[in-house]
Structure formats: structure tokens, C-alpha cells
Ligand binder design. Structure first.
Ligand code: DGL
Length: 358
């Protein structure tokens, strides 16, 4: 081979080596984000491109989700783990304990800068709040889902996943508590809720407001939560293998207390009453709740209304009845806080403090 050809080949090889090392250097500068996949519509598939309801959730694995968004490599050094593969209506306390322990183990590692959790949207707000109360780190944890399966026209999963990874890799998201990112919006775990059964703008934080936006490959925060969360939490699930059973009963005109009595008989340690109005108690239900309290069941008055403060001693004399008022937590969020509170105390005054703290 002539000297000039071998010289050119040597130059080409050197250029490739320099390019690879620059890529490696750039990759090394990117934040390290682990994607924990749990299932849901973001991992769903439908019979056709126009199937946006009636599809199958939890069919696509985490590696496929990542491969479908090659742009992820530009914003973070991403690794994927398939923690579960379920539709999120089937999420249980056991799933939450497994997930919280995995998140805390990963975030304790120096080579993990943030975590994204892909999740079904039906209970996404609940898992987010459970993690908001149990993650022991200020590093970003972002939950993301999709309202349409990946097989659908204008599927929202890929852009939601890209934005969630970008957020989890950002400095701005550090110390903000567990975040929920869908539809270019950033929400706090404590207040975000699913407000529509099927549209891509389903996740909202009514009245108290979302935290910010993700736009042009950048997160923009305009507010922060005022309540304790993540690294400031007093709850520790690291040594727990189970959680106390807490159930919710719904209030409505002509309500029948049979369901409440059955839940108490089945061993519920706590009851969340999703009352009408400001957590009002219909007479038959009030009688049943008082009897439950006498058996040592913790009672929290929440409301089916969804917004506003459930005032202590407002629609019921909580001091006299020894009940707890849920402040602004909706019934499904109040259930999570009471569940964790019961891992530390059965003192109702202490639990009321927790509802004013988190
Ligand atoms: N089965 C629902 C769930 O897994 C699908 C809804 C969704 O993920 O958007 O939460």
C-alpha cells in the first residue's frame, strides 16, 4: 500500500477516534437518568392508528419506549429498567413499596442524577404523591404517562417521555419534589389530578396551579410547593414490607353506611370520608364513623368536591369526634398520607399536624 494511502487512512482513523472521544466526552457531560417503566398507556398499543380508546395498556417494554425516542440521547445518558408491566388501576401498596425502595436505592448512587417513571395515567397522581412522601433525595423524580397509545395518530407518549427525561436531567428540577410532566406542563405531585377520561390535556392542578412549562427543550418554573416533601419527609418505607389498609367511602344524598361498616369490619385501620361540600357527614354515616373511631379506626374528613380547604371543626366538631380534617388533599391523596401516617402513629392530633405539614 502506498505511503500516501496509509497516511490518509491513519488520518481518517485518528479523526474517527477524536469524534468518538468527543461523543464520549459529551455523553459524560449529560445527566444520568434512569427510566423506571411500570406499564400504562404510554406502553400501550391499539388495533389501528385511530384507536385512542379500547386499546391494551402495558404491552411495550422500556427498551422499545427508549428506542422510539432517539432524541433522548441528546438530553441525557439514559438507562431503562422494567419494574412492572401493569395497567395502573392495578397498582397496589406492594408495588408502591417496591418502587419507592428502588428509587431510593438508585438516587443514593452518585452515577444517577434523576429518575423518570413511566406509568398509567389512572393512578399516576397517587403514585406521584406516595413517592413525594417517601423519596429521600432532592434529585429530580418525574412521573410521565400518555393519554394515547404509541400506535395512535398524534400519540403523546414520545414527546411526554422526551420532556420528562429533559426535566429529570435539569438543574431546575432539583429540590422541587416529585413532579408530573405531561402535555408540556410541570405539576406538583401533591395537587395534580386527572381531570378528563381521555384527552391529552387531562392532567391539571386546578386553583392552586401547575408549577411551570417545558418549552423549546427547557423547563420553566413559575412557582414551587409550600409543603414538605421528599428529602424533608419524616416517612421511611425502607424497612416496611406492608402498609396499613386505609379505604375511602363516598358521600352522596341518601347515603347508605353499609359500605363503611363493611370496610371497618374487614379491618381498615383508617377511613377517608369523601364528603359532600366541605366534608359534610350525613347522619347515618356520622353515627357509623363515630362507632368506627371508638374501635380505634382513624377518620379523615375529605371532600368529593376536589378543591378548597376542608376546615377542621367546620361541618363537624372534629375536636369532639376526634376526627382529622384533610386540609386541601382530595380523598385519594388523603388516603396516601393517612396510610403513611399510620406507619408512625395512631395519635389523631399528630396525624392532623401531618395533614398541615405535607
Ligand atoms: N388502564 C389505564 C392505566 O394504565 C390506561 C390509562 C393510561 O395509562 O393513560 O392507567
Amino acid at each position: 500500500m502506498s505511503n500516501s494511502i496509509s497516511a490518509r487512512m491513519a488520518q481518517a482513523l485518528l479523526a474517527c477516534a477524536m469524534l468518538l472521544s468527543s461523543y464520549a466526552e459529551a455523553a459524560d457531560k449529560l445527566a444520568h437518568v434512569t427510566i423506571l417503566a411500570t406499564g400504562g398507556t404510554i406502553a400501550g398499543s391499539g388495533a389501528s392508528s385511530t384507536t385512542t380508546v379500547g386499546y391494551t395498556a402495558a404491552t411495550v417494554g422500556v427498551n422499545q419506549l427508549i428506542a422510539a425516542v432517539p432524541e433522548l440521547a441528546k438530553v441525557a445518558d439514559v438507562k431503562g429498567e422494567q419494574v412492572f408491566q401493569i395497567a395502573s388501576e392495578n397498582m397496589t401498596n406492594q408495588h408502591w413499596l417496591t418502587l419507592a425502595k428502588r428509587v431510593n436505592t438508585l438516587l443514593a448512587q452518585a452515577d444517577v442524577d434523576g429518575i423518570v417513571i413511566t406509568h398509567g395515567t389512572d393512578t399516576l397522581e397517587e403514585t406521584a404523591y406516595f413517592l413525594d412522601l417517601t423519596v429521600k433525595s432532592k434529585k429530580p423524580v418525574v412521573l410521565v404517562g400518555a393519554m394515547r397509545p404509541g400506535t395512535a395518530l398524534s400519540a403523546d407518549g414520545p414527546i411526554n417521555l422526551y420532556n420528562a427525561v429533559l426535566l429529570a436531567a435539569s438543574q431546575e428540577a432539583i429540590g422541587k419534589g416529585v413532579l408530573v410532566a405531561l402535555n408540556d406542563q410541570i405539576h406538583a405531585a401533591r395537587e395534580v389530578t386527572k381531570t378528563n377520561t381521555s384527552t391529552p390535556d387531562s392532567f391539571k392542578t386546578p386553583e392552586l396551579g401547575m408549577l411551570g412549562y417545558i418549552q423549546g427543550n427547557k423547563p420553566y418554573f413559575y412557582r414551587a410547593s409550600t409543603r414538605k416533601n421528599t428529602a424533608d419527609t419524616e416517612f421511611d418505607v425502607s424497612k416496611l414490607d406492608s402498609l396499613p389498609q386505609v379505604d375511602i367511602v363516598y358521600g352522596y344524598a341518601n347515603v347508605n353506611p353499609v359500605a363503611l361498616n363493611a370496610l371497618v369490619a374487614a379491618g381498615a385501620r383508617g377511613i377517608i370520608h369523601a364528603g359532600v361540600g366541605d366534608g359534610s357527614l350525613a347522619a347515618p354515616v356520622k353515627t357509623a364513623l363515630i362507632a368506627a373511631r371508638k374501635q380505634g379506626v382513624l377518620i379523615v374528613r375529605s371532600s368529593r368536591v376536589g378543591q378548597g380547604i376542608i376546615a377542621r371543626n367546620g361541618e363537624a366538631n372534629d375536636d369532639e369526634l376526634d376526627f382529622v380534617a384533610s386540609d386541601t388533599l382530595n380523598p385519594q391523596k388523603a388516603r396516601i398520607l393517612l396510610t403513611l401516617a399510620l406507619t408512625r402513629t395512631t395519635d389523631s392530633k399528630e396525624i392532623q399536624r401531618m395533614f398541615y405539614t405535607y
